[in-house]
Ligand binder design. Sequence first.
Ligand code: SIN
Length: 492
Amino acid sequence: MTTTTTPSLSDTYLSYIGGQFTKGQATSTFDVINPATGERLVTLPDATPADMQAAIDAAVQAQPAWANTTAAERADVLRKVAAKMHAEVDRLARIMTLEEGKPLAEARTEVAYAASFFEWFAEEGRRIYGDTIPSSSPDKRILVIKQAVGVTAAITPWNFPAAMITRKLGPALAAGCAMVVKPSELTPLSALEIARMFDEIGLPKGLLSVVCGTDAPALAKVIMDDARVRKISFTGSTEVGKILMRQAADTMKRVSLELGGHAPFIVFADADLDAAIDNAVACKMRGMGETCVSANRFYVERPVYDAFVERLAQRMGGMRMGNGLEEGVTVGPLIEPAAVDKVRRHVADALAKGAKLLLGGETSGEGVAERGCFYPPTVLVDVNHTMLVTQEETFGPVAAVIPFETEDEVVRYANDTPYGLAAYYFTRDVGRVFRLAEQLEYGILGANDGIPSTAQAPFGGVKQSGLGREGSRYGIEEYLNVKYVSLGGIQK
Ligand code: SIN
């Protein structure tokens, strides 16, 4: 039985600016495409720089009053929207599957993940503590208070159309900030559904705007040029992150950048192989491999290499590829034809340099035109470090496996990348768990865990994977200024 019912998609999806769903100043439109079928889902007005400016102006008006509300009031708003997300999970998940492609069960998981950031930051907002510091003068006291940074902006990606917004919007609103969101033009519908829920619960107008348009550089420029926007949070490529960081310098905006990754997944011979396989499949295939924390390079210690690759290929080969709305589908399409082209290029490069296909790749007649944006789960062996799959993010369902002989060798391989977002390793040796935790140059480590992401833990990278942390108690600090008050005249 299939369940491909399409939720009623409003034909009037519009940007949300200053508390209104509006066509704004748009003079053209853009289509949102279902990557599983290539069909148009809806057409939206293409927001202009003037629309972005209007959103910022509204945020500037709304933010001071919001910062003066109590943490409990702000928490109440976030909790109400989280509750709505849970209540509407079926609708939201279907919309997400339609616009992004991930299978329905995974989309439901993302809706819950997205809501968890509102729930978490509703509580963290109540724990924005200051400090008192012993003074060096008996006549003075030192106080430290924390205040909202002000108006903030978020530029968010298509791979988690809801969660990458709530991970930024949750702490922003909890801290007392306003936020202007520019979602990916490939997946604006989940973003607009979030805006709709805030609108329904009566969020003061202007505090949240969702500006949907295709000219990302022009829309971003408005944000980056406006000194009243005090912070930008971006999830996306390292290349774009660097541009935004340069642009932020002119107005000295705070930046949080969650950028590319190239995660190693290391399996030692002493690992629980069942757990390693389960986690390898989950980590590699989450979002069809289109996540920044997806395992890219699998390093397997020689004694368990043959068993690992055989079982990995068997498990990945058992997955069902298709339209994510169909029951039993566990692998959806990639986001767009260009994404499939990139995966093809990486696989072709690996094969040309001596790798072998143990599973997947494409057979003729299975191209994008015939089958939507699909690329099958693929396992490559005889991989070496000259291949693109070991250097660039593939962002697809390709597992490239490399054997290793010693711990020192694999740590060297793992760290030999400009990226430093997530790394995974499987071992039963407690000493090694700690050694690698210290030696691996990454912001997130999954030690015997392939899916470490959760609202209460700090998410973020080192090296060229970015700056700042999202989620956790660290995540709200990104939206707070530290102010020092020196209080004199204490003594009579
Ligand atoms: C990402 O791919 O950018 C986020 C993944 C996650 O939250 O686990």
